[in-house]
Design a protein around this ligand. Sequence first.
Ligand code: ADP
Ligand code: MG
Length: 331
Amino acid sequence: VEVAERIAAGEVVERPVSVVKELVENALDAGAHEIRVEVRGGGLKLLRVTDDGYGIPEDELERVCLRHTTSKLARFEDLSRLQTLGFRGEALASIAAVAEVHLLSRTIETERAGLIEPALGITVRGGEIVERGRRARVHGTTVTVRDLFYNVPARLKFMRGARTENGHILQLLRRYAMGYPAVRFHLQLDEHIALQTSGSGELALTLAELYQLPLAEMLHPVHVSDGQHYTVSGYVGNRALAQANRQFITLFVNGRWVQTRALLDALEKGYRGSLSKGKHPLISLFLTVPPDEVDVNVHPAKTEVHLQYEESILAALTRAVRGVLEKSPAL
Ligand code: ADP
Ligand code: MG
């Protein structure tokens, strides 16, 4: 692999969690109802994502592991109204440039047609195809990534321990599970099942599953809108669910997870003095604003947003949380 290619790959594939993000987004784009993620050694040893999506046609398997391949962008203008999560067609190629990737896929069409030939699998290592073979499987795709960064020693040297990487992966999967409650997610970290959702389609149930809450009554529904500039919906947790950090506050703006400090502060403000010092609530909220009233490209990692009507939205978030808490004496 060319050095330049490895550098480019390094930008997409910063660490194990970035690989998981790309593979899970591909599975969601493929219409998966169930997504299983397996992680070994903090993701450097092995990362495997299995989905039951529509699969990759055999004649495209090799192509999707090479540079600039996407089936999701027909015309340049499509960039402005993207429906899918991926569109640059370089994630798989970037991963395959810095790891060993095994891709096994069967399309839903070959299954429906009753074709019994086993599915085709290919192995790519450092950007080169090193193996092809057939194995039985039902429709869907399994991507296995081994020895991540084996050819990028500088990157390996700066990797944190497995615990840190696993923590990032768990947080990421929780967010996808909240964003897609109708999809069943399963995360295995080494021998331990870290997360499992039922794909019920109900956010409250998904949250109870994610946080292993004994009672879903500890969550209170929020739904407010001014009918013009914002709609806020989701759940606000009881004081008893307070945490030592902000990791249990999840906010999406137009479906995108954000960490904008002012927005999180506004949510916490809704609790007034009802949380003890240093404690942070459990919140999972979706803020929807008109697309032309939000700028998501403020931060390269895109977890910051600028809102045109920020002041009134901050006040609305505080009011929304406060309103729910005031109605629930148990809080
Ligand atoms: P992008 O998602 O930007 O198109 P990727 O490199 O992530 O680029 O994927 C390349 C292509 O491989 C996708 O456009 C899609 O056609 C195919 N693909 C990747 N993963 C899957 C999957 N899990 N199921 C079905 N198709 C997939
Ligand atoms: Mg993609």
